[in-house]
Ligand binder design. Structure first.
Ligand code: ADP
Length: 158
């Protein structure tokens, strides 16, 4: 299997995302972390900040590329000559939305498959939104994100 695209907001990238990317890097020749501009979702970090933080968090992985995108996901996937979309499942609560998304993407581009990976147990309760909430109330997020992200959160929230 060649190229997989892992799309998301990554606002910011967490240890859960990183765990999934390490797993995907063992299965695929190339992993493209595709960070959505997502104009309708208000993000704490700008697209360029989210890209930079992901790059810093993934610097040790050769076959991982971080890119921003602002178009239909299936169009981006085809443009990158990828065949597979990766999404993460943390709990049953993720399933409904992810199932709907996978079905919609299949109806738009039937040749692209969506696959799901689950993180190691200690990452199943991590989400970007909880991390932001904790940081906004001066809680420590060092167990959930890498140092560059922790510093950026402290700076952004101050
Ligand atoms: P989106 O706004 O597209 O949901 P996210 O950055 O929140 O973007 O998540 C991108 C993908 O990563 C989703 O499939 C989500 O379920 C998955 N994900 C998020 N956090 C984790 C985690 N801790 N472990 C595994 N997968 C995760």
């Amino acid at each position: 299997m060649a190229i997989v695209v892992y799309p998301g907001s990554f606002d910011p990238i967490t240890n859960g995302h990183i765990d999934l990317i390490h797993r995907a890097a063992k299965l695929f020749n190339k992993v493209i972390v595709a960070i959505a501009l997502n104009a309708k979702k208000k993000t704490l970090f700008s697209l360029s900040q989210r890209i930079e933080l992901a790059k810093q968090s993934l610097a040790d992985l050769d076959q991982v590329q971080v890119m921003g995108f602002d178009k239909l996901l299936v169009d981006f996937v085809q443009e990158q000559q990828a065949q597979v979309i990766l999404r993460g499942l943390r709990a049953v609560s993720d399933f409904d939305y992810e199932f709907q998304l996978a079905g919609m993407n299949r109806s738009l581009a039937s040749e692209i498959e969506t696959i799901f990976l689950t993180p190691a147990e200690q990452y199943t309760y991590i989400s970007s939104s909880l991390v932001k909430e904790i940081a906004s109330m001066q809680g420590s997020v060092s167990a959930f994100v890498n140092k560059a992200v922790e510093d950026a959160l402290l700076q952004q929230i101050r």
